[in-house]
Design a protein around this ligand. Structure first.
Ligand code: DGL
Length: 277
């Protein structure tokens, strides 16, 4: 019998490893789909790069995933969602791939954030790029205008995480410092968004340096159920994506390095192939 299977995986993109914390949750909610993960490790971190660079790199990676057969790509990176998603959705997609879709991680988070806070004072810990874009502020205003958002950039956290430098005093110094800088902005903050896909790896330390009453808002489960809901509301897209339950990993850097660190983020062994963009 002829094999009609055409590989049309859901693309999941991040500057490096962080998107694996999102992919892990997506796969556990929607295991039937094929997934193709791309980490632009050679050019990570994106967090302190200009708007233009993040947009250019993200678009290049999205196009690469489209060329591999992806009909739907998730930007599992807050920095790329903040700095590139709107342009890609509004300017590029209509020209290059009008029937394909690119979704981010900020919108699903801001759609539910109001359900977490009683005091209506919410904190955001994120990269400098995400904070400077004000994307969370703009999106939260649309869904929960009564919420006050306090933003804190944590520029050292991604490099510390990517370099696995978490068990030294330097890491504690920066995590403690940025948590204190957030809370001092508004002591009534009762919920804090982990607005960078890398941060689940240091959630224990973040908890340690925030007051114990604070709810941490994790994006993995939120984005996974947002995607499930999206595919339910868009059966034409759900039909197009192939479903053989496969997982493939790509990196723009050396695979051995990627594989070593990736399992810390994904929770399982990862074997990646290297690509040239
Ligand atoms: N993981 C990305 C995010 O969620 C940022 C990491 C980076 O700076 O490249 O914002």
């Amino acid at each position: 019998m002829e094999n009609k299977y055409t590989y049309k995986p859901i693309g999941v993109f991040d500057s490096g490893f962080g998107g694996l914390t999102i992919l892990k949750e997506i796969v556990s909610v929607l295991p039937q789909y094929d997934y193709l993960y791309l980490g632009d490790n050679a050019r990570a971190p994106y967090g302190s790069r200009s708007f233009e660079s993040v947009y250019e790199y993200t678009l290049q990676c999205v196009n690469y995933l489209f060329n591999q057969g992806c009909e739907l790509v998730i930007l599992a990176c807050n920095t790329a969602s903040a700095k590139a998603l709107r342009n890609i959705q509004q300017k590029d997609l209509p020209l290059v791939a009008p029937n394909k879709r690119v979704l981010g991680v900020i919108r699903p988070t801001t759609e539910v954030v109001g359900n977490y806070s009683k005091t209506k004072h919410v904190g955001l810990l994120a990269t400098s790029g995400t904070v400077a874009s004000n994307s969370y502020l703009v999106e939260i205003q649309k869904f929960f205008p009564e919420i006050h958002l306090y933003q804190q950039a944590c520029p050292m956290w991604v490099p510390l995480i990517e370099n696995n430098e978490l068990s030294n005093e330097g890491a504690d110094y920066f995590i403690k410092k940025n948590c204190a800088e957030l809370i001092i902005q508004q002591p009534l903050i009762d919920s804090v968004i982990l607005g960078c896909t890398h941060y689940p790896l240091i959630a224990d330390k973040i908890k340690l340096y925030l007051p114990p009453r604070i709810n941490l808002i994790w994006q993995g489960t939120i984005v996974a159920s947002g995607l499930e809901n999206y595919l339910f509301r868009h059966p034409e897209m759900a039909d197009k994506c192939s479903k053989q339950g496969t997982l493939k990993f790509l990196t723009t850097d050396v695979p051995d390095l990627f594989n070593k660190s990736a399992s810390r983020f994904f929770g399982n062994d990862v074997k990646a192939d290297r690509i040239e963009l």
